[in-house]
Design a protein around this ligand. Structure first.
Ligand SMILES: [Zn+2]
Length: 142
């Protein structure tokens, strides 16, 4: 399982790409890419079909997206359901130890009740315990 490279994204600056190619490479839905073009967020050559986008415009677009991504406060999770940084319902979170020094903190969204999670480092647990009522899953009884 390889994740797409975050830097450079592998688009050639002077080559053009169709929405499907962009979607495949970036892991978005093709309809999402078409929406970006329709909304004018992603500059495209719209005189042909499919609309083609220059590699350099794609790279600039995704770089900007990353910058705009909301920075999460330590007590916030990214909620995929109602989209945005959200606090944990009741301040409750579950910690599930992952490989190495990493784990996943899971909580319910304060706004929509959906399940949210984020990766955390085990060394941050003491700090996180001060914020959340953390229940550890797995072997550790604490
Ligand atoms: Zn939510």
């Amino acid at each position: 399982m390889r994740k797409p490279k975050l830097r450079g994204y592998g688009f050639r600056p002077s080559q053009t790409y169709s929405p499907k190619e962009i979607a495949d490479r970036m892991g978005n839905a093709e309809t999402t890419v078409r929406e970006w073009i329709r909304d004018g967020k992603l500059p495209a050559m719209t005189n042909g079909n499919p609309h083609l986008v220059l590699g350099c415009d794609i790279t600039a677009f995704f770089a900007e997206q990353r910058l705009k991504a909301p920075r999460l406060a330590v007590d916030e999770f990214p909620c995929m359901h109602c989209r945005g940084p959200r606090k944990a319902l009741g301040g409750l979170a579950d910690f599930c130890a992952g490989p190495g020094h990493l784990g996943t903190l899971t909580a319910l969204c304060e706004v929509c009740g959906g399940s949210m999670s984020k990766g955390v480092a085990v060394r941050d647990l003491p700090r996180l315990r001060a914020i959340f009522d953390i229940r550890a899953r797995g072997a550790s009884r604490n």
